[in-house]
Design a protein around this ligand. Structure first.
Ligand code: FAD
Length: 402
């Protein structure tokens, strides 16, 4: 076992770290207030290869592995604890990869070079107004084959990046029923462009955090797609979606680790200098003990997250491990990282006293942002627990044994 980073990984971390600390961190409050990521940051990220870097080079990506992708996610989370830029990064990195793996040449050539250059967005649309956890019970969007084309009707809700996709162009990988009689084996995956698409109506929601990236929904009314916009094979959509969710969950883990590290470092600086009762806050055990506990939690989560990335790299590059192994490793990371990040931010807010409740300090942006992941973006905490319990108990103990 070797816990050291390679020279390439260290150089990549330093490159992303220096860029993010210099160009992103000073602008996080502005991004949170203006509710958008400045285009020049997107352009700079593209120049550095930070937009969907897992996409192969032929489509403008860098073809990096998941460990490298997580290093960038961690550094982006460290710089932008509101998590807006990390969300843009991780959604495109996970779902751009799925598109590059299963999409048709036509769709890949049309969209991926624009995603990696920052001229288009690539997102995921599974959740519907009726629910997100119970995909089989809640997803009623339907795709019907008409000649060579597909016609989609339905509604997606709580979807990241709909405003960006609607403005810049791009696609949301959208789950739809193609055979209602087959349960989860009756879903297919489609690349749905939102911009200038006559059958699409986009709605926006006002989130509590990660304000720089939009969340909303879209209604599909007789959306007509060429056959090329089907991703992979008919009725395999559920599997592609689960593969992408695993990737996204590991990146979420890395992002939350970075944001937690930033919050703890911020808190440490404060407790070393702030005095109460004649001594620095850092000299009180009542402050030191939680500091130690939060540090342990972050370190443990970091190990779990990079192990998950390692399992993914072994699966994709060496054919060791399976999607099942990846799903469990990813669920563990997704379950721990947002919770620990939230807890450390909450603690640091306490250390800051009244200042922790103001917008003078970045902690409140972190608390609002990271809550999106403990509430359920890319899967709720209970769904992560169900994935892990299913492993320990077997599928027959699931409440739904379909
Ligand atoms: C900021 C944000 C961005 C998002 N972006 C996207 C996106 O880009 N694309 C997308 O498709 N979706 C997205 N989502 C939606 C997300 O995937 C869903 O919120 C999530 O899957 C949960 O679905 P739900 O909100 O309908 O909650 P529900 O499924 O209704 O669940 C409600 C509660 O019940 C619990 N629960 C459900 N079933 C069980 C069970 N069997 N046992 C125990 N507890 C259970 C859940 O854990 C949860 O706490 C986003 C969500 C947020 C908050």
């Amino acid at each position: 076992m070797d816990f050291s980073w390679t020279d390439e990984q260290m150089l990549w971390r330093k490159t992303v770290h220096d860029f993010a600390q210099k160009k992103i961190k000073p602008r996080v409050r502005e991004i949170d207030s203006n509710k958008k990521i400045p285009k020049e940051i997107i352009r700079d990220m593209a120049k550095l290869g930070l937009l969907a870097p897992t996409v192969p080079q032929e489509y403008g990506g860098s073809g990096v592995d998941w460990t490298m992708a997580c290093i960038a996610a961690e550094e982006l989370g460290r710089a932008d604890i509101s998590l807006a830029i990390p969300v843009l990064y991780l959604v495109e990195t996970a779902w751009g990869y799925i598109l590059s793996r299963y999409g048709t040449n036509r769709v890949k050539e049309e969209y991926l070079p624009k995603v990696t250059s920052g001229d288009a967005f690539c997102g995921i649309a599974v959740t519907e107004p009726t629910g997100g956890s119970d995909i089989v019970g809640a997803v009623s969007t339907e795709a019907v084959k008409k000649g060579n084309n597909w016609v989609l009707n339905g509604e997606k809700m709580f979807i990241s990046g709909v405003a960006e996709s609607n403005k810049w162009g791009g696609v949301h990988l959208t789950l739809a029923r193609t055979d209602s009689s087959l349960g989860y084996k009756g879903f297919s995956f489609f690349a749905v462009p939102l911009k200038d698409n006559p059958g699409i109506t986009v709605t926006l929601l006002e989130d509590m955090g990660r304000m720089g990236i939009s969340t909303g929904g879209f209604v599909m009314k007789d959306v007509n797609l060429l056959g090329d916009y089907l991703i992979g094979e008919v009725n395999r959509g559920f599997y592609y979606a689960m593969e992408g969710f695993s990737a996204a969950r590991v990146l979420i883990g890395a992002t939350c680790v970075g944001a937690a590290e930033a919050a703890l470092e911020f808190g440490i600086e404060h407790i070393k200098t702030r005095k109460a009762f004649g001594r620095s806050l850092a000299s009180y055990e009542g402050i030191q003990f939680p500091l130690a506990e939060h540090y342990i939690n972050i370190e443990a989560t970091k190990l779990l997250t990079y192990r998950a990335a390692w399992v993914m790299d072994k699966m994709y590059r060496e054919n060791k491990f399976t999607h099942h192994d990846v799903a469990i490793a990813a669920a563990i990371s997704k379950l721990r990282a947002p919770i620990h990040a939230f807890e450390v931010m909450n603690e640091v807010a306490d250390w800051l006293g009244a200042a922790g409740y103001t917008k003078e300090y970045p902690i409140e942006m972190g608390i609002r942002g990271v809550r999106s992941y403990s509430i359920g973006a890319e899967g709720t905490m209970n769904i992560m627990r169900i994935i892990i319990a299913r492993e320990l108990l077997g599928r027959e103990f699931l409440p739904y044994n379909k």
